[in-house]
Design a protein around this ligand. Structure first.
Ligand code: PLP
Length: 427
């Protein structure tokens, strides 16, 4: 286990901001010939100094006994732990002020491993609707094989609506977890994390905790901190803002030490842990996370304001534009620090106009995924959400005229110039 305080100096490290710690936290250059960056520990297994050490490391890994006060968790095998993975996990906890983190080979691995560990067969998972396509399939089809039922609820739902739903479905003693993705993709609608946590606490019993799990991929880890609002577990597709360069697929789950430990146990069995190379790349990405997300944010505000004024644009879905007197505006004020860099909008017309706009863009790349340095555009109805039942899709407001933008770090004037010329070509 990486030691957290490499040097004892005047600065109390825990008082510094996360962005000041991303370059060295959890790593000591003395471990690696003075190398300023952690090397890539490209190894499958680790040599024990003595047989007694090997025995002790396994006792802790299996949870056979509590860790001694000065005892470190030894390195055994890279499916269980690896220095790059552990240093990355230590750094990731800082943004959300979490006790522990688990990193995975993908966001879906983080989601599926967490959802397989926390609810029990026979229980129910309440979930926000719509959710990411992979999550949607996992909730509605894969969990059903384990006799876990998924029940969706709406963005504006608060404590009363959730309780009414639970009673209507007759599942008051069956709820195993509440899973929400907020803001929702691609409608950018918010869910009330605090209301979910109050309902979950009310449903929890001494021997049955109802966990609130929040997929914070769209706004985190900078602009929304679900743990502060009562969530138990925060999930990321680290493929998006955390990785940030469209070159890595990875995921993470963050929360309290004991629950993350449970999730890591299952991760070791499924083999869905992050490897050394992925972990090293993400450490590199974390160093610039804040400046990237700040630039993406300031660009997005300008692009959204431009779209709002354009005669060929019908509706813009951007968090900053919520009327504070509405339910959505109220949740925004309560949970979000900034509106982030995801914008959806309806173009006047339908699929033909949407495609013409997208095909004429020159600087934006036509691709799914999000959160990267380059700006991306995609058409949810025929791309990311084409697998969703057409009736449900319509009910969510994902129509043929909806276009989703992920704003990157380019010059904002160039992004607007590109949008302007592409909209001009739409007849
Ligand atoms: C991309 C994404 C996922 C899945 O993550 P992968 O890294 O692609 O496995 C889950 N949730 C949200 C909100 C996403 O955008």
């Amino acid at each position: 286990m990486a030691k957290k305080d490499c040097k004892k100096k005047t600065l109390k490290r825990k008082k510094l901001h996360p962005e000041s710690l991303m370059m060295g936290y959890g790593y000591n250059p003395q471990w690696s010939e003075g190398s300023i960056k952690s090397p890539i520990f490209q190894t499958s297994t680790f040599v024990f100094e003595t047989a007694q050490d090997g025995k002790a490391f396994f006792e802790l890994a299996h949870g056979f006994r509590e860790r001694g006060q000065r005892e470190k968790v030894g390195l055994i095998y890279s499916r269980l732990n690896n220095p790059d993975l552990e240093i990355l996990e230590d750094r990731l906890t800082l943004w959300d002020n979490a006790e522990a983190a688990a990193v995975f080979e993908s966001g879906m691995a983080a989601i599926s491993t967490t959802l397989l560990e926390l609810p029990e067969p026979g229980q129910v998972v309440l979930h926000s609707d719509p959710v990411y396509g992979g999550t949607d399939h996992f909730l509605k089809h894969t969990l059903a094989k384990f006799n876990i039922r998924a029940i969706g609820f709406d963005p504006d739902d608060g404590i009363d609506e959730l309780n009414a739903l639970i009673d209507k479905e007759g599942v008051r003693d069956k709820v195993g977890a509440i899973f929400i993705e907020t803001p929702a993709n691609p409608t950018i609608e918010l869910y009330d994390i605090e209301a979910c946590s109050i309902v979950a606490k009310d449903l929890s019993q001494a021997d049955r905790k109802v966990h609130v799990i929040v997929d914070n991929t769209f706004l985190g880890p900078l602009w929304q901190h679900p743990l502060k609002h009562g969530a138990d577990i925060v999930i990321y597709s680290a493929t998006k803002y955390i990785g940030g360069h469209s070159d890595v697929v990875a995921g993470a789950a963050l929360g309290d030490e004991a629950t993350i430990q449970r999730i890591k146990m299952l991760r070791s069995q499924l083999g869905s842990m992050g490897g050394p190379w992925i972990s090293w790349l993400l450490m590199r990405s974390l160093e610039t996370l804040k400046i990237r997300m700040e630039k993406q944010l300031s660009n997005a505000k300008k692009v959204a304001a431009y779209l709002e004024r354009h005669p060929k644009v019908e509706t813009v879905y951007y968090l900053a534009h919520h009327d504070p007197t509405t339910r959505q505006g109220e949740i925004y004020k309560k949970h979000c620090l900034e509106p982030g860099a995801m914008i959806s909008f309806d173009i006047k017309g339908g699929e033909q106009e949407a495609f013409s706009f997208m095909d004429n863009l020159e600087l934006f790349h036509l691709a799914v995924s999000l959160g990267s340095t380059e700006s991306l555009v995609q058409h949810p109805a025929t791309m990311t959400h084409s697998g969703v039942d057409p009736e449900e899709r319509k009910a969510y407001g994902i129509t043929e005229k909806m276009i989703r933008l992920s704003i990157g770090v380019e010059h904002p004037d160039d992004l607007i110039l590109d949008i302007e010329q592409a909209l001009e070509k739409v007849s």
